[in-house]
Ligand binder design. Structure first.
Ligand code: URA
Length: 433
């Protein structure tokens, strides 16, 4: 078997065998296939697609490219993963909530890349919080307090690490077989036995329309079945950013507020839906509406917030920042984005907002870039809101005045305002089991 024949086959639109896929994954992970050859194959997959059988074989081969974590000593472990978005602080809010209700949370999260944010970066915005701990400590934390959130530092699905960076570098990220295998390989390797997947859809997501989001969901559910992991996909709206804040420290502050009961409507709808399904899969309640009530109760009684404090403290974070979020380092400049029109917010392209936040320093343009935790955007007006001329649409948090001014202009252009009344968009688009 050789890589040239495999590239040629996929280039010509043929299906690859299990053996060919395993050969590629093994030899690429070991460094025996060059990046330019892997790039050619990835591009051929992007253009010609893969059958569900090929995608499943790719997921399993990638999952077995490194260690497979055994979490069976923890009993049932339900994991959550999002296909990515802007202002997506759901993990920070949701996982302490379900942990406070007795679900074992052992979760690894990635860094942001390009215009999308990553939970690992948000956790690292909390002074002292350690995202890189040993596997023993990770498991001990879950046994001790029921929750641990870390980065993807272990040798899990190393083929995905290499392929994800490669896809990003050659503009081949938004593709159903490649996203499915990337996510499912990590989930299979990270030991959970049940999965709730947040499949984002819209301008700030890799899936721009509902048909593609459904296709991606069905593919991942199928792979989950074959891997023995019950999988639920919840398609959520990412046509505008989620919640009010975009940027690392800003999103941590929004998450703390949310855990204290002060949650914006869209964040709340996503947290309740995903949380209710996590509780269901964990055997904590069959009725979705009842499960949502359990979640609201955990927030109201302070149980969820206390679990968050416990998590931060247990992983070396300084909880005085959580108890008093004004302690977080602030960006030097706060620039108002003033509306020059009257009407209703019609569109707020999430990808564009993510790119502006990245430009300010909240995300990485290249993967080796440092992050500026304090910068970002506060969205005061969102789709459906009424605005009058001279009113504030948003606030830019910048450490560079010129960049802040550029960001203000770009964000003002991103807000599309209509004279007609605009309906608010649904937050939950579809649930597939
Ligand atoms: N999230 C992942 O982990 N992989 C992808 O390919 C896209 C989103």
């Amino acid at each position: 078997m050789n890589i040239l024949d495999i590239i040629g086959k996929k280039r010509d639109g043929k299906s690859l065998t299990k053996e060919e896929i395993e050969f590629f994954v093994k030899e690429y992970t070991n460094g025996n296939i060059a990046d330019y050859q892997a790039s050619a194959l990835v591009m051929a997959i992007y253009i010609n697609g893969m059958t569900v059988e090929e995608t499943t074989n790719l997921s399993l081969a990638m999952a077995h490219s490194g260690d497979i974590l055994d979490l069976s000593m923890l009993g049932n472990v339900v994991d959550k993963h999002s296909t990515g978005g802007i202002g997506d602080k759901v993990t920070l809010i949701l996982m302490p909530i379900v942990a406070s209700l007795g679900v074992k949370v052992a979760k690894m999260s990635g860094r942001g890349l390009g215009f999308t944010g990553g939970t690992k970066d948000k956790l690292e915005a909390i002074p002292g919080y350690k995202t890189e701990i040993s596997i023993e400590e990770f498991i001990q934390n879950v046994q001790k307090i029921g929750i641990s959130l870390i980065g993807q530092t272990l040798n899990l699905a190393p083929a995905d690490k290499k392929l994800y960076a490669l896809r990003d570098a050659i503009n081949c990220t938004a593709n159903i077989p490649l996203i499915s295998s990337s996510i499912m390989s990590k989930k299979i390797a990270s030991g959970a036995n049940k999965l709730v997947l947040d499949v984002t859809c819209g301008s700030g997501a890799f899936m721009k329309n509902i048909e593609d989001a459904e296709k991606l969901s069905k593919t991942m559910i199928e792979i989950g079945k074959l891997a023995g992991k019950e999988t639920v996909c919840i398609i959520t709206n990412m046509d505008q950013p989620l919640g009010k804040m975009v940027g690392n420290t800003l999103e941590v502050i929004e998450a703390v507020d949310a855990l204290k009961g002060n949650m914006s409507e869209d964040v709340k709808n996503v947290v309740l839906e995903l949380g209710a399904y996590i509780l269901k899969l964990d055997g904590k309640g069959e009725n979705i509406e009842e499960n949502k009530k359990q979640i609201e109760e955990a927030i109201k009684t302070g149980k969820a917030y206390n679990k968050f404090l416990e998590l931060i403290q247990n992983q070396g974070g300084d909880i005085s920042y959580i108890e008093d979020t004004t302690k977080f380092e602030k960006a030097k400049y706060k620039i108002n984005v003033i509306s020059d029109k009257e009407g209703f917010i019609d569109k707020l392209n999430a990808e564009q907002v993510g790119k502006i936040a990245s430009y300010l320093g909240a995300g990485r343009i290249r993967k080796e870039d440092d992050i500026d935790y304090s910068v970002g955007i506060e969205l005061i007006k969102k789709v459906g809101d009424k605005v009058i001329k001279g009113e504030n649409l948003a606030i830019i948090y910048a450490n560079d005045e010129e960049k802040g001014e550029e960001a203000r202009k770009s964000l003002l252009e991103t807000y599309k305002i209509s004279e007609e009344k605009v309906e608010k968009i649904a937050d939950i688009l579809e649930i597939l089991e």
